[in-house]
Design a protein around this ligand. Structure first.
Ligand code: ASC
Length: 150
């Protein structure tokens, strides 16, 4: 019984620490979380981009593995933009919060385009991948232009 209690409280502690619940101990933790999520996204997006631009040979399987990951990764950063995280080690502009609906719509659009990129990658057709990659990159850039400081 005692062992079970220890196991259960350990599991509860683990859940409390998981940022996926969109709960953060401190504003800095939310900032770190979203930056980390963007870093991982950029890495996988970059691998697909290298194929789209011909910098590395196109490998349909590798492309699709990365785009599949991106459909999930792209859902992560939004949770980190909680109130009070416009200050500190961040390039986030205050407009993220003053135009919250527009910002959320931009994030949602990016997620949609990641879904289309994944569908394109799964066709195995490089031309489709290139088109979808361009559209997805455009949604990244739109938010950077509007909501990220230099
Ligand atoms: C990338 C990357 C981004 C976007 C952006 C698109 O590969 O890391 O942040 O594309 O540059 O314009």
């Amino acid at each position: 019984m005692k062992r079970l209690c220890i196991a259960l409280s350990a599991a509860a502690g683990l859940f409390a620490a998981l940022p996926a619940s969109a709960q953060f101990q401190k504003p800095e933790d939310a900032i770190k979380y979203r930056k980390a999520a963007f870093t991982v996204m950029a890495n996988h997006f970059g691998r697909v981009g290298a194929m789209a631009s011909g910098k590395v040979p196109f490998d349909a399987k590798v492309a699709a593995e990365n785009t599949e990951l991106l459909t999930h990764l792209s859902t992560l950063p939004a949770a980190g933009f909680i109130a009070g995280t416009d200050k500190g080690e961040t390039r986030a502009k205050p407009e993220i919060w003053s135009e919250a609906d527009k910002f959320k719509a931009g994030m949602a659009k990016m997620g949609e385009e990641m879904g289309k990129l994944n569908a394109a990658a799964k066709t195995g057709d490089l031309a489709q991948l290139k088109t979808a990659f361009g559209a997805a990159a455009q949604t990244c850039k739109a938010c950077h232009d509007n909501y990220r400081k230099e």
